[in-house]
Design a protein around this ligand. Structure first.
Ligand code: THU
Length: 133
């Protein structure tokens, strides 16, 4: 699975975004360790705080399908590559990323792409190991 394929699938998912309040469409695609790509969009709610981000939609689809790790994720929105994942999504991504070096591709409609390692996006993540020690 190429970076550009993952980004293209994320854009397809963004078309399904339910974002009548912000009008900010986000798409995400995660490559599961099982080889399957799971996509997601942001899903807003009249009770704003119940909104689910695109990254978490995609990751929750992966986990609910029985796959617990992903090896790459693409997140797309806006015109340029500045639609960075929010803090809540970084924490959820960190739980299910196959390691700190997992690439996070952040891309915009102009085709620009920022690639960041998971551990650079969320250093000192709160981890499962801390609770299970
Ligand atoms: N959003 C995402 O889908 N992912 C993020 O990481 C940041 C924000 C969505 C939530 C909301 O529907 C819209 O973008 C504006 O905040």
């Amino acid at each position: 699975m190429e970076k550009n394929e993952l980004i293209a699938l994320a854009w397809q998912a963004a078309e399904k975004a339910y974002a009548p309040y912000s009008n900010w469409q986000v798409g995400a695609a995660v490559l599961g360790e099982n080889g399957t790509v799971y996509t997601g969009c942001n899903i807003e709610n009249a009770s704003y705080g119940l909104t689910n981000c695109a990254e978490r939609t995609a990751i929750f689809k992966m986990v609910s399908d029985g796959c617990l790790k992903f090896t790459a994720i693409a997140v797309v929105s806006g015109e340029t590559c500045n639609g960075y994942p929010c803090g809540a999504c970084r924490q959820v991504m960190s739980e299910f990323a196959a390691g700190g070096s997992v690439p996070v591709y952040i891309s915009g409609k102009d085709g620009s792409c920022l690639t960041a390692a998971m551990s650079d996006l969320l250093p000192y993540a709160f981890e499962k190991e801390t609770l299970l020690k």
